[in-house]
Design a protein around this ligand. Sequence first.
Ligand code: ADE
Length: 234
Amino acid sequence: MKPRLKIDILTIFPEVVQGPLSESIIGRAVSGGVVDLKAHDLRDWCRDRHRKVDDEPYGGGPGMVMKPEPFFAAVRELRRDATRVVLMTPQGQRLQQSMVRDYAGNCSHLIILCGHYEGIDHRVVEALVDDEISIGDYVLTNGAIAAAVFVDAVVRLIPGVLGDERSPEEESFAEGEGLLEAPCYTRPVQFEGMEVPEILLSGHHERIDEWQRKRSVERTLQNRPDLLPGDDGE
Ligand code: ADE
């Protein structure tokens, strides 16, 4: 079977990406051949004896900047016709489920570049990168962690990866209204003085749907009012 999606990750910490992506659902998608996932050591494309990937910033300032040469050599070697090159960076566009759906549905090959240190020589961004992506408004030590998050979100939406095909339609940020999911419960009915809401035990599907919808709106209002219609996110 031909993999639905090929993903090449370029990082100086391939084990950081490999760890979380070799377990559970994503691990099975990889071992089952649905996804062809490789985390490459960027240093393999260094030409110098010391395999140096960073250097001091022009113009001064703290920290080190990642050199362009290894990124250019790696992308030139790995790129094919329909490749999308993504850079994980806190300066990128903030990742949304709608973007995740687009990658899962419309991409056949992703090359993901992971930064480290102060940043990446901007010529990499100008010449090689299609999309700059941030996984949130905070700074990580290492873009490989962000790449693992991004890949997990994309791969789980590839048909056949999740056991229950309906789940992506019913979860938070699903297409349509985009509200947060309602709270959920399992056995036991009573636990440390707290009870499962009676309605969920009733077997009355219409009333359960209604209850879930109400809780969903409440939860969104409390935790993410920016998701509700009419809120401009300010
Ligand atoms: N690298 C460091 N911080 C990051 C973030 N928030 N998103 C993506 N890549 C990053």
